[in-house]
Design a protein around this ligand. Sequence first.
Ligand SMILES: NC(=[NH2+])NCCC[C@H](N)C(=O)O
Ligand SMILES: [Mn+2]
Ligand SMILES: [Mn+2]
Length: 303
Amino acid sequence: MDALEVGILGVPMDLGSSRRGTDMGPSAIRYARLTEVLRQVGHQVRDFGNLDVPVAESLDAGNPRLKHIEAIEPVWRVLADRVARLAGERRVPLVLGGDHSLAVGSIGGLLAAGWDDLGVLWFDAHADFNDTATTPSGNVHGMPVACIVGQGSAELLAHTRWLPRYLPAERLVMIGLRDVDPGEREKLRESGIMTYTMQQIDELGIAEVTRRALQYLHGRGARRLYVSFDMDVVDPDVAPGVGTPVVGGLTYRESHLAMEIVAESGLLAGMEVVEVNPIRDVLNRTAEVAVALVASAFGKRIL
Ligand SMILES: NC(=[NH2+])NCCC[C@H](N)C(=O)O
Ligand SMILES: [Mn+2]
Ligand SMILES: [Mn+2]
């Protein structure tokens, strides 16, 4: 992989989740030596610090079907501006979460930067495709995909009017699904979004799944790839420090192999690592796994 200019942005936000703690994710990931590791891989790295995010305890959650949206939407807008600016400077955005709702801001920023050749690989145990009609929790981190592709209730999409456009559903592929809510599942079937569940990964292998996903996106015009990596796609035995753990996830090596294949594609143009929750972690292991996976995605090789 050629040397890249990587721009790190932290988003210490846990407003999209009912479990506190992902707001400490950016600190934990930095503590696990993210910058040093990326420099060792050969990239130029600049850390732009954290966005300002309100503290959950200081707020009222408001609408129970869209908790904290009044605080989250402004974070999306600021993040979109910052990511668009990085893209304009030809830096590769690397966003540290924070709960997964932040993806509306990060991917919104790439759309704002005019990336009409954007494809998204969404690694997650969950589909994050709920809206105000289907959500079992009211947690916005269960809804970012609905916002990004513009498929959701009017009540939810009212908070995406600042987006310049939506991402076409065929430009997003989900990998690692194993926990999808009933209403969400029905929406997903009709969405036009390509999905690879854990069952398909078990049957085909993660290498084949990742290659198929990349080929699918490429065949639909994607030339720049953004990886949205929810750490809960990894098995909780390997990555216990996440907000919403689900058994039966990717092994350590499966996660790495997927990132190694992403690196080999030569298409990586940005990435985010989200849902690291240090409160639930064991000696920062999950943040260390996150850093190792970022290194693989950015071209670190065994030999
Ligand atoms: N980004 C995540 N970890 N999302 C978890 C979503 C859980 C559940 N599907 C919900 O809507 O509440
Ligand atoms: Mn997620
Ligand atoms: Mn998840």
